[in-house]
Design a protein. Structure first.
Length: 143
């Protein structure tokens, strides 16, 4: 397989994973797409990559309803894919220390995923948490 074909296949795999997990709420996608020995780099989460992703998904889906997500950009090169995403939802349950507010939030973020053997083996993930907490009314940015 050429590098371009590998990059295209990895891009397709990441899109399928993102839609299955974050759009459709299919937590089985974690086990299907992540290598059990994968490494994840995310703030405030500890454990194996699969456990970290499962904890993040459980926290998000427990806090928000009417979730919509979209892929803004997918850029692939070799074994790496950059996923730029946007998601929104209605805040109906605790999110960290913040009780339900009934507010609709929009969150953006980027993930850099490394793939091998058709599975995610490493991920660096960042999202605009400051904006989310501002939308929830916790912060007074610019006040």
């Amino acid at each position: 397989m050429t590098e371009a074909a590998t990059a295209a296949a990895n891009s397709d795999l990441v899109a399928a994973y993102h839609h299955a997990l974050w759009r459709d709420g299919d937590q089985g996608a974690i086990d299907r797409y992540w290598d059990p020995a994968a490494v994840v780099h995310m703030t405030d989460f500890e454990g194996t990559a699969v456990d970290v992703v499962r904890e993040d998904v459980t926290r998000y889906f427990g806090a928000f309803a009417e979730i919509e997500t979209r892929i803004e950009h997918l850029v692939a090169e070799g074994d790496r894919v950059v996923l730029h995403w946007t998601t929104s939802g209605l805040h109906v349950g605790p999110y960290g220390d913040v009780a339900a507010t009934g507010k609709r939030i929009t969150m953006t973020g980027m993930d850099l995923l490394r793939l091998a053997g058709g599975r995610i083996v490493e991920c660096w993930s960042m999202w605009d948490g400051l904006s989310v907490y501002d939308q929830l009314g916790v912060l007074k940015i610019g006040a």
